[in-house]
Design a protein around this ligand. Sequence first.
Ligand SMILES: Nc1ncnc2c1ncn2[C@@H]1O[C@H](COP(=O)(O)OP(=O)(O)O)[C@@H](O)[C@H]1O
Length: 190
Amino acid sequence: MLNIVLFGPPGAGKGTQSEKLIAKYSLEHISTGDLFRKHLGEGTDLGKLARKYMDEGRLVPDEVVIGMVDDKIKSTVGAKGFILDGFPRTVAQAEALDQLLEEKGFSISGMIALDVPEEELKERIRHRGKTSGRVDDQDEEKINTRIQVYKEETLPVASYYKSQGKLSTIHGVGGIEVIFGKICDVIDQY
Ligand SMILES: Nc1ncnc2c1ncn2[C@@H]1O[C@H](COP(=O)(O)OP(=O)(O)O)[C@@H](O)[C@H]1O
């Protein structure tokens, strides 16, 4: 199985690259942001709970996210592997994920981190905000909060995988195809 954590700050291009990777390697896409937005759109209890965190650019509590990912993995039988996008976002989530996969006899093949300078991130998110309709993409303060939360709570997740010898970092500025090629080179070494 090919289980890849695609990592990076908001606006790094995880969603764009995930779409291309699932097509090339026939993987299942687990994007916690997309899953939450789906719940929000459907007005489920989970969606209502997540909304206040998402709208402010804060993280949804770990146990809520982990439960949702567990359900998603369970409902995906016979997958060749997963692209995890936007998850794990805290060390507690990474530990829970390891445990969850171990119970099923799976493991993480590697983490691929997209490295993009902060000014470029902000520019991309502002641009996306004009078309995405996402509240959290349209407000400068919320964008700053998300980047701050990323630095404080999410960056340590990279060290978690690094200590397991599973971290590869890729420069995430340039053409989409060029970046995709670099990601594929890493995956083909797994
Ligand atoms: N793994 C997670 N843990 C906690 N909250 C999450 C997680 N994934 C998504 N969220 C919530 O959903 C929002 C949007 O997620 P996402 O689309 O991945 O954002 P971004 O484009 O900022 O990377 C986050 O700001 C957060 O509130």
